[in-house]
Write a protein that binds this ligand. Structure first.
Ligand SMILES: C[S@@+](CC[C@H](N)C(=O)[O-])C[C@H]1O[C@@H](n2cnc3c(N)ncnc32)[C@H](O)[C@@H]1O
Length: 284
């Protein structure tokens, strides 16, 4: 199997993936629209016809059935839908199978190019990540590499994943990463930093795992999988799904992964398809 990028609504893609990969995915990372009503480059974060929960629920359920016995799902979210999403995850995964993590999305070391926006009472410096286990009893997360700034130097220590994730890049540094590959900080407005996702992949997968992101946006999860494979000799494969709002898939996701492969010398190939059926993609 090659790495795959599917350009489609994720309901269609997830239904198809359930035919081919039931209980075979060790890690799902998703960063869905947060229901903020903000017009982003690439997509508008609103207009959920029957409400945000009705939008996300069937997609999470289709994701759940793809998870392997040891599988986990990391879900990014901010305070708008945190409570609704947490309750939904309690229902789907069980109350003992959900942890709530905090990601520090602002950090002076990484934010050289950040454009400061005016702040309404409180400067928002964090978001949340729900860590949902198919079954916590089956899953032993391994250690992550935590960057620490000491004596004017960055060092890395191996440590269990902590509930507050910091020094792993920010929204602004993620835009710098896209700029390095695509020549524009504004190609996509809400990317996640590659290093943050890479540590999620490190702690929850083995070298042959399949990793899925069904709100892939600029393709950070694919980039993170390839980067970790280069570091540890892994053969992990990614499946990215994104719709084609504003031509995001062809203008950002595909070129970003191609450039990442070219510039970093990753030993990887990928296929792109906008077909509903993925039978042909899996032929080789
Ligand atoms: C917040 S962004 C994800 C950003 C990503 N984590 C990154 O680092 O670039 C959410 C993405 O999901 C896509 N999306 C929204 N609804 C979708 C759907 N129903 N099916 C597939 N993709 C969808 C949007 O177009 C957008 O690109």
């Amino acid at each position: 199997m090659k790495n795959i990028i599917l350009e489609n609504d994720n309901i269609i893609a997830l239904t198809e993936l359930n035919k081919h990969f039931p209980q075979m995915i060790d890690l799902i990372v998703i960063d869905p629209p947060y229901n903020t009503n903000i017009e982003h480059i690439g997509y508008r974060d609103s207009n959920f016809k029957d409400g945000w929960i009705s939008f996300i629920e069937p997609r999470l359920k289709l994701g759940y059935t793809l998870l392997s016995k040891v599988g986990v799902m990391f879900i990014h979210i901010d305070e708008n839908e945190l409570i609704n999403l947490t309750n939904l995850c309690y229902e789907i995964f069980g109350i003992n199978n959900v942890n709530i993590l905090v990601w520090k999305k602002v950090n002076n070391h990484f934010d050289q190019n950040r454009i400061h926006k005016s702040v309404n009472n409180i400067k928002s410096t964090h978001e949340y990540i729900l860590l949902c286990y198919r079954n916590k009893k089956n899953t032993k997360l391994t250690e992550m590499k935590q960057p620490i700034y000491e004596n004017n130097n960055w060092i890395e220590i191996l440590t269990p994943m902590e509930s507050i994730l910091d020094n792993l890049g920010t929204t602004s540094s993620a835009k710098d990463e896209i700029n390095e590959l695509l020549g524009s900080r504004e190609a996509f407005s809400t990317p996640k930093p590659m290093r943050l996702i890479k540590e999620m992949v490190r702690v929850s997968t083995h070298k042959y795992s399949i990793i899925l992101d069904f709100f892939a946006g600029s393709g950070t999860t694919g980039h993170a999988v390839l980067d970790l494979n280069k570091e540890d000799g892994g053969k992990r494969k990614f499946i990215l799904v994104t719709n084609n709002e504003s031509d995001i898939c062809r203008k950002v996701t595909v070129p970003r992964i191609s450039k990442a492969i070219e510039i970093n010398g990753y030993n990887a190939e990928f296929k792109v398809s906008a077909e509903s059926s993925i039978d042909n993609l899996l032929l080789d």
